[in-house]
Design a protein around this ligand. Structure first.
Ligand code: AVJ
Length: 328
């Protein structure tokens, strides 16, 4: 058993701090105002997201766990006996444990490389893996980085077949163009014969979608508001969080759940670290997230347009969620 992690340079404190400030400046200057959803995942936000995955309304995590549990052997049968398992946006690794345990049990020769944007989340993940896999030969080499940086870093590696996992419908945060850009970049960084396992949340009954992003315990509201708290903390701003409403709805045209924070009053916000003031009008919204939903046809088109070949589609019993195995 061997566990370690490294932080890629580009995510080091100073650099990411400036980029955060610039992205906030650009986003709040936009009409409508917007913030990038990747900024949800500071240490606090990663923890709140983990709470979301345990909500009864947030079906995605349980459905995907069911998919992985049901199809773990088929996934294993589809890949070589020696691989490197890379997971983008690993989070707390709860679903991945299903595969790790099965792969170890069946004697797959592999090393696990979780990638996450939050170093705290990475530390917690390594701790939990240490506890769960103490008696096993599991090798873990984590990377704290954003997706694109991680991919270009991983491109340097060779010889061994990669299986890149991008689970949980993380891809849903990208619009179609961003998803294509990301997948082409991934395709180009990988080698012939490498695999990608991607989770997609399927288009479904709107009431199921709405409930998942408007949970009754208000955890998603806290998750959404945390992005403003983060700006208050890190960029010395003064958003009045109490005066914001969490609003999430399905956009039929784009096929995405959209999350907004809507100010119920006019607010003059000062962001000291970038010397900027912004005015939010009463009932003005800040867009914070897209969670795109897919049909099978959307998925086939996406794979086709980015160079991949779909080798398998694994669906849960509700028809809510799929994990799809793609080949380079
Ligand atoms: C982690 C991006 C898959 O979009 O469903 C959960 C994040 N946002 N509730 C999603 C999220 C609100 C989640 N992903």
């Amino acid at each position: 058993m061997n566990f370690s992690y490294q932080t890629l340079d580009a995510t080091s404190q100073n650099y990411s701090h400036n980029v955060f400030a610039l992205d906030v400046l650009e986003g709040l200057s936009n009409d409508p105002k917007r913030l990038y959803s990747k900024y949800f995942y500071d240490d606090v936000g990663s923890k709140i997201f983990q709470e979301i995955t345990e909500l009864p309304e947030y079906y995605l995590t349980n459905c995907e766990a069911e998919v992985l549990e049901t199809h773990k052997q088929k996934i294993l049968d589809s890949i070589p006996k020696k691989i490197r398992l890379i997971e983008l946006g690993a989070g707390d690794g709860r679903k991945t444990n299903i595969l790790l345990r099965h792969f170890l049990h069946q004697g797959l020769d592999f090393e696990y490389t979780p990638v996450d944007i939050s170093s705290k989340a990475m530390q917690i993940l390594l701790e939990s893996l240490k506890n769960k896999f103490a008696q096993t030969p599991l090798q873990v080499k984590g990377v704290v980085a954003e997706y694109f940086n991680a991919i270009s870093w991983l491109a340097h590696s060779d010889h061994i077949t990669n299986l890149v996992m991008f689970l949980g419908s993380n891809i849903g945060n990208f619009n179609l163009n961003e998803a294509k850009k990301f997948l082409r970049y991934l395709w180009n960084s990988l080698n012939d014969g490498d695999y990608v396992l991607i989770g997609f949340d399927l288009k479904k009954d709107i009431s199921v979608l709405n409930a998942a992003y408007n949970d009754s315990a208000g955890v998603t509201r806290r998750f959404n508001l945390n992005i403003l708290q983060r700006i208050n903390n890190e960029l010395q701003a003064n958003f009045d969080l109490e005066k914001f409403t969490h609003f999430a709805h399905y956009n039929v045209v784009s096929g995405a759940m959209e999350s907004w924070l809507i100010s119920s009053i006019q607010q003059d916000v000062t962001i000291k670290s970038i010397h900027k003031n912004f005015t939010l009008k009463a009932w003005e919204g800040i867009h914070t997230e897209y969670s795109y939903k897919y049909t099978f046809e959307n998925i086939r088109e996406l794979a086709h347009d980015t160079g991949f070949e779909i080798s398998n589609i694994f669906e849960d019993s509700h028809g809510y969620f799929v994990d799809t195995l793609w080949k380079v």
